[in-house]
Design a protein around this ligand. Structure first.
Ligand SMILES: [Cu+2]
Length: 279
């Protein structure tokens, strides 16, 4: 009887989590980490929205399981210790309880697997894209290409002594990736030398950049702003100094930028622009 009650409580807790009561809006301004914050940076993409709710669901499930196991341990320690229960039962099998402790974990795993696979599919299958950006990891900076518009540029970290007010340290780049708001961006990611990883927490994107291989993912930023990320694969001594800055702008601003960028970055081969970078 007691077991059934606990299982019912577990299921109720999971159901409460499914309805999504745990969104942590108070934490971390979108786009960059904030002091003394916990949890994820604010989400500005459909994938990150799903990542956050999946994380909340898992939190409910693992909390319920931990409390359930703790309760069982306490019951055993208090009710069935040698003093309280001097004549132990000789029971070795109980079909009902064995069925329950087989079926319930399977149900819990299925409950985790369904949103998990759905999310994987959402991340991996790129929807109809409005624009394509190719990110190339180098030791130790990122190069970008907009293949549809013949744009190519490099993006290097701004050193501490050159930061403008309001620019976050170790996250600001001299050249930003610019994308229009509410447009699906297909990201093609590769590397030139060693494995890097292109990541923006607010977009829910983290994808390895592997030499000789093209990886593909996507994002759709739903809010105008500046979003920061860092290389997320240990790639060498300056691994910590190859940040990613993405500016999400309105359609008009994007058109203006595109016009400007086509002249600024046109036909400049990637390798030429890097001259002068300390390797
Ligand atoms: Cu790297």
């Amino acid at each position: 009887m007691r077991l059934t009650t606990l299982i019912a409580a577990t299921v109720a807790a999971i159901a409460a989590g499914l309805t999504g009561g745990f969104v942590n809006e108070a934490f971390a301004a979108a786009g960059q980490p904030t002091d003394w914050a916990m949890g994820f940076q604010d989400s500005v993409s459909p994938v990150m929205d799903d990542l956050v709710s999946f994380d909340n669901l898992l939190l409910v499930i693992i909390t319920a399981i931990s409390i359930f196991v703790l309760a069982l341990l306490l019951i055993i320690m208090i009710r069935f210790n040698a003093k309280a229960n001097p004549e132990p039962s000789k029971t070795t099998h109980n079909t009902a309880i064995e069925v329950v402790w087989t079926i319930v974990p399977i149900l819990v795993l299925v409950m985790i697997a369904i949103p998990s696979f759905r999310l994987l599919y959402k991340q991996m299958v790129v929807p109809e894209a409005d624009l394509t950006i190719k990110a190339i990891g180098y030791q130790w900076y990122w190069g970008y290409e907009y293949p549809d518009d013949d744009i190519a540029f490099e993006s290097l970290m701004v050193e501490d002594d050159e930061l403008q007010p309001g620019q976050p340290r170790l996250l600001t780049t001299d050249t930003d990736v610019v994308v229009p708001v509410n447009k699906t961006v297909r990201l093609i990611i590769t590397a030139e030398d060693v494995i890097h990883a292109w990541a923006i927490p607010s977009f829910g994107v983290k994808m390895d950049a592997v030499p000789g291989r093209l990886n593909e993912t996507w994002f759709r930023a739903t809010e105008v702003g500046t979003y920061y990320g860092q290389c997320s694969e240990l790639c060498g001594v300056r691994h910590a100094f190859m940040p990613i800055t993405v500016k999400v702008v309105s359609d008009e601003e994007y058109a203006e930028w595109l016009q400007w960028a086509k002249e600024e970055y046109a036909a400049a081969p990637a390798s030429v622009q890097v001259a002068g970078v300390a390797r």
